[in-house]
Design a protein around this ligand. Structure first.
Ligand SMILES: *Cc1c(COP(=O)(O)O)cnc(C)c1O
Length: 218
């Protein structure tokens, strides 16, 4: 329930695994949270946030940025190609690159605008049919395709199945990233960010543990 507490826990988890906490970015996931809660975290000086939907982010972050200055904004949720243009204008990092069509759209827009957020390839490590992401067996080829398109791929992202031991998925993601020469690992949420740090997470995505429970499930 507090930013300070989560930062302390990140430092402790980093220390436990002999890592530098400065190499772990805390993305405060502000989706569907009331503006007052988001402002409270901005007032504490935090400047790195995550959102799930382009539309929702477009409705609040231009105002927050006008009031608070530069904010690093991360898109965590699925991106429709018809929202890709808006997304590259708004976000600094996209964690949900999950299909060739989207890679092509982002590459085209990057050519056209001269601007492209850093991207994480989302991997469906649990191979869940209802979940977005590249299947583990297709990751190497997809990363190569993205590089051929000159997309700035910085890492891999996963959301493990809720009913499985997350560590297995974190370990798998880390292995796939290393094999592809990628340093970024976007993994770990409120329930398991310490564990993700032990497996090398560079970006933890923490929502409810900072802001409190979301009113709407998402
Ligand atoms: C909502 C969300 C989070 C944060 O979830 P919490 O359990 O509230 O920390 C992290 N990553 C993604 C992709 C999400 O959609």
């Amino acid at each position: 329930m507090s930013l300070d507490l989560i930062q302390q826990e990140i430092e402790a988890a980093a220390r436990d695994s002999g890592r530098d906490a400065a190499a772990i970015q805390l993305i405060a996931v502000s989706k569907v949270q009331p503006n007052e809660r988001v402002k409270a975290v901005l007032d504490q000086g935090h400047r790195c946030f995550g959102e799930n939907k382009v539309q929702e982010a477009a409705g609040k972050w231009p105002d927050f940025r006008a009031a608070y200055g530069a904010v690093d904004l991360h898109l965590l949720g699925p991106l429709q190609t018809n929202k890709a243009r808006q997304a590259i204008e708004l976000f600094d990092v996209i964690h949900s690159l999950d299909r060739p069509k989207l890679a092509n759209s982002l590459a085209r827009l990057a050519q056209e605008t001269g601007r492209c957020p850093d991207v994480f390839v989302q991997v469906n490590t649990g191979e869940e049919p209802q979940k977005a992401g590249i299947a583990p067996r297709d990751v190497d080829a997809f990363v190569a395709t993205c590089r051929d398109l000159d997309l700035p791929v910085v890492g891999l992202m996963t959301i493990p199945p809720i009913d499985e031991e997350a560590s297995l998925h974190f370990a798998l993601l880390a292995k796939m990233a290393a094999r592809n020469g990628l340093n970024g690992l976007s993994m770990g949420m409120s329930a398991d960010f310490q564990k993700a740090i032990a497996f090398g997470a560079t970006h933890v995505r923490v929502g409810s543990a900072i802001f409190g429970e979301r009113v709407t499930a998402q």
